[in-house]
Design a protein around this ligand. Structure first.
Ligand SMILES: [Zn+2]
Length: 569
Protein backbone atom coordinates (compact mmCIF):
# COMPACT_ATOMS: atom_id res chain seq x y z
CA UNK A 1 0.00 0.00 0.00
CA UNK A 2 1.14 3.55 -0.83
CA UNK A 3 0.02 6.41 1.46
CA UNK A 4 -0.44 10.06 0.54
CA UNK A 5 -1.45 12.99 2.72
CA UNK A 6 -2.38 16.43 1.39
CA UNK A 7 -2.56 19.38 3.73
CA UNK A 8 -4.16 22.72 2.90
CA UNK A 9 -2.65 24.66 5.86
CA UNK A 10 -0.87 27.95 4.99
CA UNK A 11 -3.03 28.28 1.89
CA UNK A 12 -2.00 31.91 1.42
CA UNK A 13 1.50 30.69 0.51
CA UNK A 14 -0.10 28.30 -2.00
CA UNK A 15 2.25 25.45 -1.08
CA UNK A 16 0.45 22.11 -0.64
CA UNK A 17 2.17 20.05 2.06
CA UNK A 18 2.51 16.52 0.76
CA UNK A 19 3.62 13.38 2.61
CA UNK A 20 3.98 10.00 0.91
CA UNK A 21 5.03 6.55 2.17
CA UNK A 22 6.33 3.64 0.10
CA UNK A 23 7.69 0.22 0.96
CA UNK A 24 11.16 -0.49 -0.49
CA UNK A 25 12.75 -3.78 -1.53
CA UNK A 26 15.98 -2.79 -3.29
CA UNK A 27 19.19 -1.18 -2.14
CA UNK A 28 18.41 1.80 -4.33
CA UNK A 29 14.93 3.27 -4.85
CA UNK A 30 14.09 5.89 -7.45
CA UNK A 31 11.38 8.43 -6.66
CA UNK A 32 9.91 9.86 -9.83
CA UNK A 33 7.57 12.78 -10.36
CA UNK A 34 5.59 12.32 -13.62
CA UNK A 35 7.15 14.44 -16.34
CA UNK A 36 3.86 14.90 -18.24
CA UNK A 37 0.15 14.36 -17.77
CA UNK A 38 -2.09 12.29 -20.08
CA UNK A 39 -4.36 14.58 -22.08
CA UNK A 40 -1.58 17.08 -22.71
CA UNK A 41 1.13 15.58 -24.85
CA UNK A 42 4.08 17.75 -23.84
CA UNK A 43 6.55 17.73 -20.93
CA UNK A 44 5.07 19.40 -17.86
CA UNK A 45 8.24 20.19 -15.87
CA UNK A 46 6.13 19.85 -12.73
CA UNK A 47 9.22 19.47 -10.54
CA UNK A 48 9.77 23.23 -10.82
CA UNK A 49 7.04 23.54 -8.16
CA UNK A 50 8.68 21.20 -5.62
CA UNK A 51 10.61 22.48 -2.59
CA UNK A 52 11.91 21.03 0.70
CA UNK A 53 12.09 17.51 -0.73
CA UNK A 54 13.10 15.20 2.14
CA UNK A 55 13.19 11.42 2.54
CA UNK A 56 13.14 9.53 5.86
CA UNK A 57 13.78 5.84 6.57
CA UNK A 58 11.57 3.46 8.60
CA UNK A 59 13.14 4.81 11.82
CA UNK A 60 12.28 8.37 10.84
CA UNK A 61 15.90 9.24 10.14
CA UNK A 62 16.61 11.62 7.29
CA UNK A 63 18.36 9.82 4.41
CA UNK A 64 19.98 11.30 1.36
CA UNK A 65 17.96 11.72 -1.84
CA UNK A 66 20.14 12.63 -4.79
CA UNK A 67 18.44 14.30 -7.75
CA UNK A 68 19.51 12.45 -10.90
CA UNK A 69 17.25 14.07 -13.51
CA UNK A 70 14.95 17.10 -13.40
CA UNK A 71 12.21 15.02 -11.76
CA UNK A 72 13.88 11.85 -10.43
CA UNK A 73 15.58 11.23 -7.09
CA UNK A 74 17.89 8.33 -6.17
CA UNK A 75 17.49 7.16 -2.58
CA UNK A 76 19.80 4.75 -0.75
CA UNK A 77 17.36 2.25 0.78
CA UNK A 78 19.87 -0.48 1.64
CA UNK A 79 19.06 -0.35 5.34
CA UNK A 80 15.33 0.29 5.31
CA UNK A 81 12.19 -1.43 4.08
CA UNK A 82 10.09 1.74 3.88
CA UNK A 83 10.50 5.44 3.17
CA UNK A 84 8.50 8.54 3.97
CA UNK A 85 8.81 11.51 1.62
CA UNK A 86 7.78 15.04 2.48
CA UNK A 87 7.76 18.09 0.24
CA UNK A 88 5.82 21.24 -0.62
CA UNK A 89 4.22 21.73 -4.00
CA UNK A 90 3.61 25.25 -5.27
CA UNK A 91 0.00 25.25 -6.55
CA UNK A 92 -0.85 28.66 -7.93
CA UNK A 93 -2.04 27.75 -11.43
CA UNK A 94 -5.75 27.10 -11.95
CA UNK A 95 -6.57 25.17 -15.10
CA UNK A 96 -8.23 21.85 -15.97
CA UNK A 97 -5.01 19.88 -15.46
CA UNK A 98 -3.15 21.75 -12.70
CA UNK A 99 -3.12 21.80 -8.92
CA UNK A 100 -4.27 24.86 -6.99
CA UNK A 101 -4.49 26.00 -3.39
CA UNK A 102 -5.96 29.16 -1.90
CA UNK A 103 -8.34 30.11 0.90
CA UNK A 104 -11.32 28.66 -1.02
CA UNK A 105 -10.06 25.31 -2.29
CA UNK A 106 -7.46 22.55 -2.44
CA UNK A 107 -7.54 21.24 -6.00
CA UNK A 108 -5.19 18.38 -6.81
CA UNK A 109 -4.25 16.57 -9.99
CA UNK A 110 -1.98 13.91 -8.45
CA UNK A 111 -0.20 13.44 -11.80
CA UNK A 112 1.57 16.76 -11.44
CA UNK A 113 2.43 16.72 -7.75
CA UNK A 114 2.78 13.09 -6.59
CA UNK A 115 5.94 11.01 -6.75
CA UNK A 116 5.93 7.26 -7.39
CA UNK A 117 8.32 4.31 -7.30
CA UNK A 118 8.37 1.60 -9.99
CA UNK A 119 8.26 -1.12 -7.32
CA UNK A 120 5.00 0.07 -5.77
CA UNK A 121 3.30 1.39 -8.92
CA UNK A 122 0.70 -1.39 -8.94
CA UNK A 123 -0.14 -1.09 -5.22
CA UNK A 124 -3.30 0.45 -3.79
CA UNK A 125 -3.04 4.11 -2.75
CA UNK A 126 -4.65 5.43 0.44
CA UNK A 127 -5.22 9.17 0.55
CA UNK A 128 -5.73 11.49 3.52
CA UNK A 129 -6.94 15.03 2.85
CA UNK A 130 -6.46 17.54 5.67
CA UNK A 131 -8.82 20.44 5.02
CA UNK A 132 -11.13 22.76 7.01
CA UNK A 133 -14.07 20.83 8.55
CA UNK A 134 -16.67 22.67 6.46
CA UNK A 135 -15.13 21.67 3.13
CA UNK A 136 -16.39 18.81 0.94
CA UNK A 137 -14.46 16.66 -1.55
CA UNK A 138 -15.56 16.09 -5.14
CA UNK A 139 -13.81 13.15 -6.78
CA UNK A 140 -14.20 9.68 -8.27
CA UNK A 141 -11.95 8.22 -5.54
CA UNK A 142 -13.57 5.63 -3.30
CA UNK A 143 -14.28 6.92 0.20
CA UNK A 144 -13.55 4.57 3.09
CA UNK A 145 -14.25 6.16 6.49
CA UNK A 146 -12.26 9.38 6.63
CA UNK A 147 -9.85 8.29 3.92
CA UNK A 148 -9.90 7.76 0.17
CA UNK A 149 -8.68 4.91 -1.95
CA UNK A 150 -7.63 4.20 -5.54
CA UNK A 151 -6.54 0.92 -7.13
CA UNK A 152 -2.95 1.81 -8.07
CA UNK A 153 -0.68 4.70 -8.99
CA UNK A 154 -1.86 4.84 -12.61
CA UNK A 155 -5.44 5.32 -11.41
CA UNK A 156 -4.22 7.77 -8.77
CA UNK A 157 -2.62 9.89 -11.51
CA UNK A 158 -5.93 9.82 -13.37
CA UNK A 159 -8.03 10.89 -10.38
CA UNK A 160 -8.19 14.61 -9.60
CA UNK A 161 -10.09 15.96 -6.62
CA UNK A 162 -11.48 19.32 -5.55
CA UNK A 163 -11.81 20.03 -1.82
CA UNK A 164 -13.77 23.20 -1.23
CA UNK A 165 -16.44 24.92 0.80
CA UNK A 166 -18.21 26.07 -2.36
CA UNK A 167 -19.21 22.82 -4.05
CA UNK A 168 -22.70 22.08 -5.34
CA UNK A 169 -23.81 18.97 -7.17
CA UNK A 170 -26.61 16.89 -8.71
CA UNK A 171 -26.67 13.37 -10.13
CA UNK A 172 -28.39 11.50 -12.93
CA UNK A 173 -28.49 7.84 -13.93
CA UNK A 174 -27.88 6.54 -17.39
CA UNK A 175 -27.15 3.03 -18.68
CA UNK A 176 -26.49 1.73 -15.16
CA UNK A 177 -23.92 4.46 -14.37
CA UNK A 178 -24.36 7.29 -11.86
CA UNK A 179 -23.20 10.63 -13.24
CA UNK A 180 -22.27 13.43 -10.83
CA UNK A 181 -22.19 17.03 -11.99
CA UNK A 182 -20.14 19.18 -9.61
CA UNK A 183 -19.60 22.93 -9.67
CA UNK A 184 -16.94 24.74 -7.72
CA UNK A 185 -16.84 28.54 -7.73
CA UNK A 186 -19.38 31.27 -8.26
CA UNK A 187 -22.16 30.02 -10.56
CA UNK A 188 -25.94 29.65 -10.55
CA UNK A 189 -26.61 26.37 -12.35
CA UNK A 190 -29.82 25.94 -14.30
CA UNK A 191 -30.06 22.34 -13.07
CA UNK A 192 -33.29 21.39 -14.86
CA UNK A 193 -32.05 22.39 -18.27
CA UNK A 194 -28.63 20.95 -17.67
CA UNK A 195 -29.77 17.55 -16.37
CA UNK A 196 -32.11 17.15 -19.32
CA UNK A 197 -29.38 17.98 -21.85
CA UNK A 198 -26.67 15.93 -20.14
CA UNK A 199 -28.89 12.89 -19.88
CA UNK A 200 -29.73 13.18 -23.57
CA UNK A 201 -26.16 13.27 -24.93
CA UNK A 202 -24.96 10.70 -22.40
CA UNK A 203 -27.72 8.28 -23.43
CA UNK A 204 -27.00 8.86 -27.09
CA UNK A 205 -23.27 8.08 -26.68
CA UNK A 206 -23.88 4.98 -24.55
CA UNK A 207 -26.41 3.65 -27.08
CA UNK A 208 -23.81 3.71 -29.85
CA UNK A 209 -21.10 1.99 -27.80
CA UNK A 210 -23.72 -0.23 -26.08
CA UNK A 211 -22.01 0.21 -22.67
CA UNK A 212 -20.21 2.78 -20.53
CA UNK A 213 -16.74 1.77 -19.29
CA UNK A 214 -17.31 2.73 -15.61
CA UNK A 215 -20.13 2.64 -13.04
CA UNK A 216 -19.59 6.10 -11.60
CA UNK A 217 -18.54 9.25 -13.43
CA UNK A 218 -17.92 12.81 -12.24
CA UNK A 219 -18.04 16.09 -14.17
CA UNK A 220 -15.84 18.38 -12.04
CA UNK A 221 -16.53 21.93 -13.18
CA UNK A 222 -14.19 24.67 -12.00
CA UNK A 223 -15.99 27.96 -12.61
CA UNK A 224 -13.79 31.06 -12.72
CA UNK A 225 -14.81 34.74 -12.66
CA UNK A 226 -12.69 35.51 -15.75
CA UNK A 227 -12.69 34.06 -19.27
CA UNK A 228 -11.55 30.48 -19.67
CA UNK A 229 -12.56 27.32 -21.45
CA UNK A 230 -10.99 23.85 -21.55
CA UNK A 231 -11.29 20.35 -20.16
CA UNK A 232 -9.18 17.31 -19.33
CA UNK A 233 -10.37 13.74 -19.63
CA UNK A 234 -9.99 10.98 -17.06
CA UNK A 235 -11.31 7.44 -16.88
CA UNK A 236 -13.91 8.17 -14.19
CA UNK A 237 -14.13 11.93 -14.37
CA UNK A 238 -13.30 15.11 -16.21
CA UNK A 239 -12.22 18.53 -15.00
CA UNK A 240 -13.73 21.39 -16.96
CA UNK A 241 -12.66 24.99 -16.46
CA UNK A 242 -15.13 27.59 -17.62
CA UNK A 243 -15.79 31.28 -17.07
CA UNK A 244 -16.77 34.01 -16.49
CA UNK A 245 -19.41 32.85 -13.97
CA UNK A 246 -22.24 35.00 -15.35
CA UNK A 247 -21.85 33.57 -18.88
CA UNK A 248 -21.81 29.85 -18.05
CA UNK A 249 -25.58 29.41 -18.24
CA UNK A 250 -25.98 32.21 -20.78
CA UNK A 251 -23.83 32.72 -23.87
CA UNK A 252 -21.26 30.06 -22.85
CA UNK A 253 -23.78 27.29 -22.21
CA UNK A 254 -23.03 25.95 -25.70
CA UNK A 255 -19.36 25.71 -24.70
CA UNK A 256 -20.29 23.90 -21.48
CA UNK A 257 -22.27 21.36 -23.51
CA UNK A 258 -19.57 21.06 -26.16
CA UNK A 259 -16.68 20.43 -23.81
CA UNK A 260 -18.75 18.09 -21.58
CA UNK A 261 -19.85 15.91 -24.49
CA UNK A 262 -16.25 15.89 -25.81
CA UNK A 263 -14.80 14.83 -22.44
CA UNK A 264 -17.44 12.15 -21.97
CA UNK A 265 -16.59 10.65 -25.37
CA UNK A 266 -12.95 10.48 -24.22
CA UNK A 267 -14.03 7.88 -21.62
CA UNK A 268 -14.09 5.47 -24.56
CA UNK A 269 -11.71 7.16 -26.98
CA UNK A 270 -8.32 7.77 -25.25
CA UNK A 271 -9.08 6.53 -21.75
CA UNK A 272 -10.07 3.08 -23.09
CA UNK A 273 -9.15 3.09 -26.81
CA UNK A 274 -5.54 4.22 -26.52
CA UNK A 275 -2.67 4.64 -29.00
CA UNK A 276 -0.38 1.63 -28.76
CA UNK A 277 2.59 3.87 -27.91
CA UNK A 278 0.79 4.92 -24.70
CA UNK A 279 -0.25 1.46 -23.57
CA UNK A 280 0.87 1.65 -20.80
CA UNK A 281 1.75 5.31 -20.20
CA UNK A 282 5.43 6.00 -19.52
CA UNK A 283 5.38 8.85 -17.00
CA UNK A 284 9.15 9.41 -17.17
CA UNK A 285 9.42 10.77 -20.72
CA UNK A 286 7.73 11.72 -24.01
CA UNK A 287 5.23 9.14 -25.37
CA UNK A 288 5.38 9.94 -29.08
CA UNK A 289 2.37 8.99 -31.20
CA UNK A 290 1.11 9.98 -34.63
CA UNK A 291 -2.48 9.13 -33.70
CA UNK A 292 -3.57 12.45 -32.20
CA UNK A 293 -6.01 12.82 -35.10
CA UNK A 294 -7.88 9.82 -33.64
CA UNK A 295 -7.56 10.82 -29.96
CA UNK A 296 -8.58 14.44 -30.37
CA UNK A 297 -9.94 14.63 -33.92
CA UNK A 298 -12.48 11.81 -33.67
CA UNK A 299 -13.44 13.05 -30.18
CA UNK A 300 -13.94 16.63 -31.38
CA UNK A 301 -16.10 15.41 -34.26
CA UNK A 302 -18.14 12.94 -32.23
CA UNK A 303 -18.51 15.17 -29.17
CA UNK A 304 -20.40 17.78 -31.18
CA UNK A 305 -22.18 15.29 -33.42
CA UNK A 306 -23.68 13.55 -30.37
CA UNK A 307 -25.18 16.86 -29.30
CA UNK A 308 -26.94 16.88 -32.67
CA UNK A 309 -27.87 13.18 -32.57
CA UNK A 310 -29.39 13.56 -29.10
CA UNK A 311 -31.42 16.62 -30.06
CA UNK A 312 -29.54 18.94 -27.68
CA UNK A 313 -28.29 20.82 -30.77
CA UNK A 314 -30.34 21.49 -33.88
CA UNK A 315 -28.67 21.50 -37.29
CA UNK A 316 -27.95 25.22 -37.13
CA UNK A 317 -26.21 24.87 -33.76
CA UNK A 318 -24.18 22.01 -35.16
CA UNK A 319 -23.29 23.81 -38.38
CA UNK A 320 -21.95 26.70 -36.30
CA UNK A 321 -19.50 24.38 -34.50
CA UNK A 322 -18.38 22.61 -37.66
CA UNK A 323 -18.01 25.93 -39.49
CA UNK A 324 -15.58 27.08 -36.80
CA UNK A 325 -13.39 24.05 -37.56
CA UNK A 326 -13.64 24.65 -41.30
CA UNK A 327 -12.74 28.32 -40.91
CA UNK A 328 -9.70 27.55 -38.75
CA UNK A 329 -8.56 24.88 -41.19
CA UNK A 330 -8.73 27.14 -44.23
CA UNK A 331 -7.21 30.11 -42.37
CA UNK A 332 -4.10 28.13 -41.45
CA UNK A 333 -1.56 28.07 -44.30
CA UNK A 334 0.34 25.31 -42.50
CA UNK A 335 -2.00 22.89 -44.24
CA UNK A 336 0.24 23.33 -47.30
CA UNK A 337 3.33 22.24 -45.35
CA UNK A 338 2.46 19.92 -42.47
CA UNK A 339 0.54 16.66 -42.09
CA UNK A 340 -1.80 15.94 -39.21
CA UNK A 341 0.20 12.80 -38.34
CA UNK A 342 3.49 14.69 -37.95
CA UNK A 343 1.76 17.53 -36.08
CA UNK A 344 0.52 14.88 -33.65
CA UNK A 345 4.05 13.60 -33.12
CA UNK A 346 5.25 17.17 -32.57
CA UNK A 347 2.81 18.13 -29.83
CA UNK A 348 5.74 17.16 -27.57
CA UNK A 349 7.82 19.84 -29.25
CA UNK A 350 5.50 22.85 -29.38
CA UNK A 351 1.96 21.53 -29.61
CA UNK A 352 0.36 24.01 -27.22
CA UNK A 353 1.87 27.32 -28.31
CA UNK A 354 1.42 29.15 -31.63
CA UNK A 355 4.95 28.19 -32.72
CA UNK A 356 6.62 28.99 -36.04
CA UNK A 357 4.03 30.37 -38.49
CA UNK A 358 2.75 27.94 -41.09
CA UNK A 359 4.62 24.99 -39.60
CA UNK A 360 1.96 22.79 -38.03
CA UNK A 361 -1.72 21.93 -38.11
CA UNK A 362 -4.12 21.08 -35.31
CA UNK A 363 -4.90 17.48 -34.36
CA UNK A 364 -8.28 18.80 -33.15
CA UNK A 365 -9.29 20.68 -36.29
CA UNK A 366 -7.77 18.58 -39.08
CA UNK A 367 -8.57 15.45 -37.07
CA UNK A 368 -12.22 16.50 -36.75
CA UNK A 369 -12.60 17.24 -40.48
CA UNK A 370 -10.92 13.95 -41.42
CA UNK A 371 -13.19 12.10 -38.98
CA UNK A 372 -16.20 13.68 -40.69
CA UNK A 373 -14.94 12.64 -44.13
CA UNK A 374 -14.17 9.14 -42.84
CA UNK A 375 -17.67 8.87 -41.38
CA UNK A 376 -19.26 9.83 -44.69
CA UNK A 377 -16.94 7.52 -46.67
CA UNK A 378 -18.10 4.58 -44.54
CA UNK A 379 -21.75 5.61 -44.90
CA UNK A 380 -21.44 5.90 -48.64
CA UNK A 381 -19.68 2.52 -48.92
CA UNK A 382 -22.24 0.71 -46.74
CA UNK A 383 -25.39 2.43 -48.05
CA UNK A 384 -25.77 4.24 -44.71
CA UNK A 385 -25.71 1.03 -42.68
CA UNK A 386 -22.53 1.90 -40.74
CA UNK A 387 -20.54 4.98 -39.82
CA UNK A 388 -17.52 5.91 -37.72
CA UNK A 389 -19.54 4.88 -34.61
CA UNK A 390 -19.24 1.25 -35.62
CA UNK A 391 -15.45 1.56 -36.03
CA UNK A 392 -15.05 3.12 -32.57
CA UNK A 393 -17.31 0.45 -31.05
CA UNK A 394 -15.18 -2.30 -32.58
CA UNK A 395 -11.97 -0.66 -31.36
CA UNK A 396 -13.50 -0.49 -27.88
CA UNK A 397 -14.47 -4.16 -27.75
CA UNK A 398 -11.61 -5.65 -29.76
CA UNK A 399 -8.73 -3.57 -28.40
CA UNK A 400 -9.58 -1.50 -25.32
CA UNK A 401 -11.43 -4.24 -23.43
CA UNK A 402 -8.68 -6.73 -24.36
CA UNK A 403 -6.06 -4.41 -22.83
CA UNK A 404 -4.53 -3.76 -26.25
CA UNK A 405 -3.40 -0.41 -27.61
CA UNK A 406 -4.41 0.68 -31.11
CA UNK A 407 -1.85 1.22 -33.88
CA UNK A 408 -2.30 3.20 -37.11
CA UNK A 409 -2.66 -0.15 -38.93
CA UNK A 410 -5.32 -1.36 -36.47
CA UNK A 411 -7.37 1.79 -37.01
CA UNK A 412 -7.07 1.56 -40.78
CA UNK A 413 -7.90 -2.15 -40.94
CA UNK A 414 -10.91 -1.70 -38.63
CA UNK A 415 -12.15 1.13 -40.88
CA UNK A 416 -11.66 -1.00 -43.96
CA UNK A 417 -13.35 -3.98 -42.32
CA UNK A 418 -16.46 -1.93 -41.52
CA UNK A 419 -16.57 -0.03 -44.82
CA UNK A 420 -15.50 -2.90 -47.08
CA UNK A 421 -13.30 -0.56 -49.12
CA UNK A 422 -9.64 0.51 -49.07
CA UNK A 423 -8.66 3.66 -47.19
CA UNK A 424 -5.02 3.52 -48.33
CA UNK A 425 -5.22 6.56 -50.62
CA UNK A 426 -7.06 8.53 -47.92
CA UNK A 427 -4.33 7.82 -45.34
CA UNK A 428 -1.48 8.44 -47.80
CA UNK A 429 -2.81 11.72 -49.11
CA UNK A 430 -4.70 13.32 -46.23
CA UNK A 431 -3.34 11.85 -42.97
CA UNK A 432 0.32 11.38 -43.96
CA UNK A 433 0.23 13.84 -46.84
CA UNK A 434 -1.00 17.39 -47.28
CA UNK A 435 -3.30 17.18 -50.23
CA UNK A 436 -5.90 19.97 -49.93
CA UNK A 437 -9.16 18.92 -48.26
CA UNK A 438 -11.46 20.95 -50.53
CA UNK A 439 -12.61 18.15 -52.82
CA UNK A 440 -13.19 15.52 -50.10
CA UNK A 441 -15.07 18.05 -47.98
CA UNK A 442 -17.31 19.24 -50.83
CA UNK A 443 -17.93 15.63 -51.75
CA UNK A 444 -18.83 14.55 -48.21
CA UNK A 445 -21.15 17.49 -47.61
CA UNK A 446 -22.83 16.90 -50.93
CA UNK A 447 -23.51 13.27 -50.02
CA UNK A 448 -25.53 14.56 -47.05
CA UNK A 449 -27.27 17.29 -49.04
CA UNK A 450 -25.30 20.03 -47.30
CA UNK A 451 -23.81 22.96 -49.15
CA UNK A 452 -20.33 24.16 -48.19
CA UNK A 453 -20.46 27.90 -48.80
CA UNK A 454 -17.45 30.11 -49.20
CA UNK A 455 -17.57 33.81 -49.80
CA UNK A 456 -14.80 36.41 -49.78
CA UNK A 457 -14.37 37.91 -46.34
CA UNK A 458 -15.74 41.42 -45.95
CA UNK A 459 -12.58 42.55 -44.12
CA UNK A 460 -10.72 44.44 -46.87
CA UNK A 461 -7.14 43.85 -45.61
CA UNK A 462 -7.78 40.11 -45.44
CA UNK A 463 -9.85 39.58 -48.58
CA UNK A 464 -8.05 41.93 -51.00
CA UNK A 465 -4.57 42.28 -49.52
CA UNK A 466 -4.10 38.89 -47.86
CA UNK A 467 -3.08 39.88 -44.34
CA UNK A 468 -4.62 39.79 -40.90
CA UNK A 469 -3.79 42.58 -38.48
CA UNK A 470 -4.45 43.13 -34.82
CA UNK A 471 -5.14 46.60 -33.48
CA UNK A 472 -2.52 47.75 -30.99
CA UNK A 473 -1.84 50.95 -29.10
CA UNK A 474 0.05 52.59 -31.98
CA UNK A 475 -1.86 51.19 -34.93
CA UNK A 476 -2.05 47.71 -36.36
CA UNK A 477 0.34 44.76 -36.21
CA UNK A 478 0.44 42.13 -38.96
CA UNK A 479 -0.34 38.74 -37.45
CA UNK A 480 -0.89 36.50 -40.50
CA UNK A 481 -0.31 36.63 -44.24
CA UNK A 482 -1.81 34.47 -46.94
CA UNK A 483 0.94 32.69 -48.93
CA UNK A 484 1.37 34.45 -52.27
CA UNK A 485 -0.98 37.29 -51.31
CA UNK A 486 -0.19 40.99 -52.01
CA UNK A 487 1.13 41.65 -48.49
CA UNK A 488 3.58 38.76 -48.61
CA UNK A 489 4.58 39.49 -52.21
CA UNK A 490 5.27 43.13 -51.34
CA UNK A 491 7.78 42.06 -48.66
CA UNK A 492 5.84 42.75 -45.49
CA UNK A 493 6.75 40.68 -42.44
CA UNK A 494 4.80 39.26 -39.50
CA UNK A 495 4.86 41.67 -36.54
CA UNK A 496 5.35 44.70 -38.81
CA UNK A 497 3.51 47.64 -37.23
CA UNK A 498 1.50 49.55 -39.81
CA UNK A 499 2.03 53.27 -39.23
CA UNK A 500 0.54 54.91 -42.31
CA UNK A 501 -1.06 54.36 -45.72
CA UNK A 502 0.14 56.66 -48.53
CA UNK A 503 1.50 58.95 -45.85
CA UNK A 504 -1.68 59.12 -43.78
CA UNK A 505 -1.67 57.77 -40.25
CA UNK A 506 -4.31 55.03 -40.24
CA UNK A 507 -5.06 55.38 -36.52
CA UNK A 508 -7.99 53.09 -35.71
CA UNK A 509 -9.43 52.91 -39.23
CA UNK A 510 -7.04 50.69 -41.15
CA UNK A 511 -9.63 49.24 -43.51
CA UNK A 512 -11.34 52.55 -44.25
CA UNK A 513 -8.00 54.07 -45.32
CA UNK A 514 -7.03 50.98 -47.32
CA UNK A 515 -10.32 51.06 -49.21
CA UNK A 516 -10.10 54.83 -49.76
CA UNK A 517 -7.01 54.69 -52.02
CA UNK A 518 -7.07 53.19 -55.52
CA UNK A 519 -6.31 49.50 -55.99
CA UNK A 520 -2.97 50.11 -57.70
CA UNK A 521 -1.60 52.84 -55.45
CA UNK A 522 -1.28 51.71 -51.89
CA UNK A 523 1.99 52.20 -50.03
CA UNK A 524 2.19 50.96 -46.48
CA UNK A 525 4.74 52.38 -44.08
CA UNK A 526 5.60 50.09 -41.22
CA UNK A 527 7.84 50.05 -38.18
CA UNK A 528 10.02 46.94 -38.14
CA UNK A 529 12.29 46.50 -35.12
CA UNK A 530 12.95 50.24 -34.87
CA UNK A 531 13.29 50.92 -38.62
CA UNK A 532 10.68 52.66 -40.78
CA UNK A 533 10.08 50.94 -44.12
CA UNK A 534 7.64 51.47 -47.00
CA UNK A 535 6.10 48.83 -49.28
CA UNK A 536 3.98 49.26 -52.39
CA UNK A 537 1.22 46.64 -52.51
CA UNK A 538 0.73 44.95 -55.91
CA UNK A 539 -2.72 44.72 -57.43
CA UNK A 540 -4.02 41.14 -57.52
CA UNK A 541 -7.29 40.01 -59.01
CA UNK A 542 -8.26 37.31 -56.58
CA UNK A 543 -9.54 36.93 -53.04
CA UNK A 544 -7.82 35.62 -49.94
CA UNK A 545 -9.28 34.40 -46.66
CA UNK A 546 -12.76 33.20 -47.55
CA UNK A 547 -15.56 33.01 -45.02
CA UNK A 548 -17.01 29.50 -44.78
CA UNK A 549 -20.52 28.42 -43.96
CA UNK A 550 -22.86 25.44 -44.17
CA UNK A 551 -26.49 25.17 -45.18
CA UNK A 552 -28.94 22.49 -46.23
CA UNK A 553 -29.42 22.20 -49.99
CA UNK A 554 -32.90 23.33 -50.95
CA UNK A 555 -33.09 20.79 -53.76
CA UNK A 556 -31.58 17.81 -51.93
CA UNK A 557 -32.66 14.56 -53.57
CA UNK A 558 -34.20 11.58 -51.82
CA UNK A 559 -30.80 9.83 -51.38
CA UNK A 560 -29.27 12.89 -49.80
CA UNK A 561 -32.25 13.29 -47.48
CA UNK A 562 -31.98 9.67 -46.40
CA UNK A 563 -28.20 9.93 -45.87
CA UNK A 564 -28.69 13.05 -43.73
CA UNK A 565 -31.34 11.33 -41.59
CA UNK A 566 -29.05 8.35 -40.93
CA UNK A 567 -26.04 10.55 -40.20
CA UNK A 568 -28.04 12.56 -37.64
CA UNK A 569 -29.42 9.46 -35.87
ZN1 LIG B 1 -9.95 16.17 -25.99
Amino acid sequence: MVYFTFDSANSNQQYIQITASFSTKSAITFLQLPSWRPGRYELGNFAKNVRNFKVFDANNQLISAEKVTKDRWEVNTENTDAIRVTYNYYANELNAGSSFLDDTQLYVNPVNCCVFTEETFGEEVEITINIPAAWEVASSMEKIGEKWKVKNSEEFFDTPFIASGGLQHRTYECGGTTFYIWFNGEVKPDWDRMLKDFEAFTRSQIEKFTEFPVKEYHFLNQIIPYKGYHGVEHQKSTVILLGPSYAVFEEFYVELLGVSSHELYHTWNVKAIRPIEMQPYDFTKENYSKLGYICEGVTTYQGDLFLLKSGVFDLNDYFKELTTQLQRHFDNPARFHATVAESSFDTWLDGYVPGAPGRKVSIYIEGCLLAFVTDVMIRRATSDKYGLDEVMKQLYFNFALQGKGVSAEDYQSTLEGVAGISFQVFFDEYVHGNRPYESILFDSFEYLGIELLHTPTSVYSEGKLGFKALQTENGFTIKAMFPGGPAETAGLMLEDEIISINGYHCDKELNKWLKYFDEDSKTLTVRRAGRMLSFKLPEVNRFFYNTYGLKLMEDANIHQQKALRHWMK
